[in-house]
Design a protein around this ligand. Structure first.
Ligand SMILES: CC(C)(COP(=O)(O)OP(=O)(O)OC[C@H]1O[C@@H](n2cnc3c(N)ncnc32)[C@H](O)[C@@H]1OP(=O)(O)O)[C@@H](O)C(=O)NCCC(=O)NCCS
Length: 178
């Protein structure tokens, strides 16, 4: 099954998708931006790393396609807390030529609708690097709230970096859409 938007749609993570994600993780910048430990990973290790997204008890994992049916990225939820109805949101457009083209926003919008209307989640949250201006723009334009600056929360390349916690509450999302 596919979850369709206008110019972007979400499909399952098939074998090819794992290979694309593996290729993306060969770029240390991508490792860093999606906040994983930076070391040379095998494809099996990449698949293992994403098990918190692929285990249906704790996550959801999708491949992002553009309107030419090209796979361009990954989007998903992890740490789903079914009692409190919270989940952590992640996105990465691994095809750099397809960034800044609206796909991130549209894919995020699709996952928000799916999270609230299908999974009945209440709150989505994500932590981005404080200096990841594009992620910040993405979250703010999708009506996430900047909740807090998390000091020294990431340790990368020999230094600590600050993060920003963004969240989106179900009711607030639908109120701002009305
Ligand atoms: C962050 C990311 C998912 C955004 O997806 P995208 O498809 O590139 O972004 P979109 O085209 O949907 O644009 C989202 C917002 O960022 C802005 N933006 C995107 N690229 C930009 C750029 N290079 N310079 C300035 N602004 C940019 C857009 O204008 C838009 O803001 P607006 O609605 O206020 O106009 C994508 O760039 C990516 O995968 N980056 C690397 C991984 C990463 O940082 N993941 C997030 C970790 S929390």
């Amino acid at each position: 099954m596919l979850i369709k938007g206008e110019r972007t749609y979400l499909g399952p993570m098939d074998g090819k998708a794992w290979n694309s994600l593996y290729q993306a993780h060969l770029d240390p910048e991508f490792d860093c931006l999606v906040n994983v430990d930076i070391y040379p990973m095998t494809i099996e290790e990449v698949v293992g790393l994403y098990s918190r997204f692929t285990n249906p008890n704790t996550g959801r994992c999708f491949q992002i396609f553009d309107n030419r049916d090209q796979p361009i990225g990954f989007i998903g939820l992890c740490e789903i807390d079914w009692k409190n109805r919270n989940a952590e949101f992640h996105i990465g457009i691994w095809d750099k030529s397809k960034r800044n083209n609206g796909h991130g926003k549209e894919a995020t919008g699709i996952l928000i609708e799916y999270s609230f209307k299908q999974l009945n989640l209440h709150r989505l949250y994500s932590v981005a690097f404080l200096d990841n201006g594009i992620a910040k723009k993405l979250f703010l334009s999708m009506k996430f709230t900047q909740e807090a600056v998390l000091k020294d929360v990431f340790y990368i390349d020999g230094r600590y970096r600050h993060g920003v916690l963004f969240s989106l509450i179900n009711k607030r999302h639908y109120k701002t859409k009305e």
